[in-house]
Design a protein around this ligand. Structure first.
Ligand code: OOG
Ligand code: NI
Length: 471
């Protein structure tokens, strides 16, 4: 009898829920944040029926409540190779390459996430996954030491690895195996209060870079934040202090607009946690470590290459003009400059589509379908849109932004100071470690846009005709 496998969507949903529960227990402020975000989101949907309808039509309404992203930092190529296989069990694939050395953070990263629209609408859980770049540690002795320490740890339980192999061999997991897999996989992301190194080693790693100490000193890559999606980030940011939470100085990403684009994010420092160093059996040598924090995000439309180039240029010009200093100095001037300069990026869906700046999902309207039943329609998307036969809605951005990610890293490493460094990216080395190439996010959005247009044209009786798409 063939075994019944559960869907990867189901395994991802079980895992997300388990992770959320674990993080809530580990970081109580996360629970507070989830409540605040739920409050604000409910208010937004109540006050803005258009938004509610747009989300419902796109099939996105249900995902808002479960929507999270997390982040981990890995130490070795082998750890990255296995995490790709672990996430594949949950239907998550590596998308995009992010070079964080531009911000003086010695890591490069990808995002593991579902790819197709149906899976995204069930649960778009993503994990921003970084690999430490030991080659950027200048002190050779320290580099060797870090390599030796990392080579000794095993971040996956033997049973998790066995279940990953089973999934690869059989093409899926049964319900019982999936339940077991979720519990075993969760172990990799758990916080460990006992460092694997002595206080002295920790200090040297920390002096080289706080992030190096965070990756090298522990048994595993503890999840360092779990981020809910809000529909109004300014409202959440403003209300955080009411609940005893202090956000970072500026919201990363684009300014507030009528038409949300890409991703806006803000984070807050969470815990200073007590840790026990190795060789500290009597509990005499204790220290503290701050690694875990909170973050919220607001997602908007995915931009085309052209739109993204404009976004990058405008953001760079703001950052060239005003640099937010340590402690949030000049945050007000930065926000003002951001709002001013981004006026150059059109703020209506018509213009964003007309100028090929964002990706859209097309659909046949009921009026269009009725008209198609009565006769042949013009084979031209623009004419169909003008007649109200073809509708379009922005495709939500599912990925991350390197400059924003750098700001989030910097902030939780203890400073709001913005830094701009020269790029030293090494994508080939990252993909070699991963054992796969990362997918191109722009190609994924373009495919979804094209597929939606094809389906809409088919519904209007215009299938099989060659069409020009905007992107
Ligand atoms: C990841 C920081 C990046 C985001 O939302 O851009 C990130 C980290 O601190 O490990 O999560
Ligand atoms: Ni994040």
């Amino acid at each position: 009898m063939p075994q019944a496998f559960v869907s990867t969507d189901r395994i991802r949903s079980l895992f997300t829920e388990a992770m959320s529960q674990m993080y809530r227990a580990e970081v109580p402020q996360y629970g507070t944040l989830i409540e605040l975000v739920a409050d604000v989101n409910a208010g937004c949907l109540e006050n803005d029926p258009d938004l509610r309808q747009r989300l419902a039509q796109a099939g996105e309404l249900e995902r808002i409540d479960v929507e999270r992203h997390g982040a981990i930092r890995l130490g070795t190529a082998e750890e990255l190779f296995t995490i790709r296989r672990l996430f594949a069990v949950m239907g998550m694939q590596p998308v995009g390459y992010y070079d964080l050395s531009v911000a003086g953070v010695p890591v490069h990263s990808t995002s593991f996430r579902p790819i197709d629209e149906a899976a995204l609408n069930v649960n778009p859980f993503r994990v921003f996954t970084s690999l430490l770049r030991l080659e950027l540690i200048e002190d050779e002795k320290l580099r060797g030491e870090a390599e030796t320490i990392l080579a000794q740890r095993r971040i996956y339980t033997p049973r998790a690895v066995a279940l990953i192999e089973r999934h690869e061999r059989n093409g899926g997991l049964t319900e019982a195996e999936a339940t077991e897999f979720v519990a075993e996989a969760l172990e990799t992301f758990r916080w460990h209060g006992e460092a694997t190194v002595s206080a002295e080693t920790y200090k040297r790693l920390h002096d080289a870079h706080r992030l190096i100490a965070d990756v090298v000193s522990f048994k595993g890559p503890h999840i360092n934040h779990l981020t809910p999606r809000t529909l109004d980030i300014d409202a959440v940011q403003a209300r955080m202090p009411e609940r005893g939470i202090t956000p970072k100085a500026v919201i990363e990403g684009p300014p507030r607009r009528n038409c949300d684009i890409l991703l806006r994010q803000t984070s807050f420092k969470a815990l200073e946690e007590t840790i026990a160093f190795s060789g500290d059996d009597d509990g005499a040598v204790r220290g503290t470590h701050t690694a875990r924090f909170g973050e919220i995000e607001q997602r908007g439309a995915a931009l085309t290459a052209k739109g993204r180039a404009l976004y990058d240029r405008l953001l760079a010009s703001v950052r060239g003009e005003v640099q937010v200093g340590a402690g949030g100095a000049k945050a007000g001037a930065y926000d003002q400059e951001l709002a001013e300069r981004f006026k150059a990026l059109p703020d209506s869906w018509d213009e964003l589509r007309g100028q090929g700046l964002a990706f859209f999902r097309y659909s046949a309207t009921p009026a269009g379908i009725a008209a198609a039943a009565g006769g042949t329609l013009p084979n031209d998307p623009e004419a169909l849109i003008a007649k109200g036969y073809l509708a379009f809605a922005p495709i939500v951005y599912e990925d991350f932004l390197p400059v924003s990610a750098a700001g989030i890293f910097q902030s939780n490493l203890g400073t709001d100071q913005q830094q701009n460094y020269a790029t030293r990216s090494n994508r080939d080395a990252f993909e070699a470690a991963l054992g796969a190439t990362v997918q191109d996010e722009l190609a994924l959005y373009a495919e979804r846009q094209a597929a939606s247009l094809d389906a809409a044209m088919e519904a209007l009786g215009l299938a099989g005709l060659l069409l020009k798409t905007v992107a």
